[in-house]
Design a protein around this ligand. Structure first.
Ligand code: HEC
Length: 102
């Protein structure tokens, strides 16, 4: 009984991520020019990114690099240009938010 209660609490915590604020960040940094949450535009849907990296402990670091320095050949022919002007803290928030998509 105790164990299932703890699991439940962990889920409740995860659900309190500030999703709204992160979406604003993605708008501010023009990520939505090429990405949408649940369909492919120029780049992959964020939900697909979350599925691809689910269970990958190094995902946050990898995606941080991809967003900051650009990425190519992982999702198709079109590369993502570097987003070097986006502050590190914002990139971290965005990556966490993308990986939390369901
Ligand atoms: C000019 C279009 C464009 C913009 C702007 C853009 N992306 Fe991308 N993004 C892409 C493309 C294309 C890919 C697929 C690259 C590949 O195949 O490796 C991609 C891939 C990604 C991935 C997956 C990388 C991987 O290693 O699997 C993430 C995460 C991502 N973008 C986040 C962002 C964020 C956050 C922003 C805003 C700061 C952003 N993108 C802005 C086009 C864009």
């Amino acid at each position: 009984m105790k164990r299932s209660f703890m699991l439940w609490s962990a889920c409740a915590l995860a659900a309190t991520l500030p999703a709204q604020a992160s979406e604003e960040l993605a708008k501010k940094h023009a990520c939505f020019a090429c990405h949408a949450l649940d369909k492919k535009l120029v780049g992959p849907a964020y939900k697909e990114v979350a599925v691809k990296y689910r269970g990958d402990k190094g995902a946050e670091a990898k995606l941080f690099e991809s967003v900051k320095k650009g990425s190519s050949g992982k999702w198709g022919q079109v590369p993502m240009p570097p987003n070097a002007a986006v502050p590190d803290a914002d990139v971290k928030t965005l990556v966490k938010w993308i990986l939390s998509q369901k």
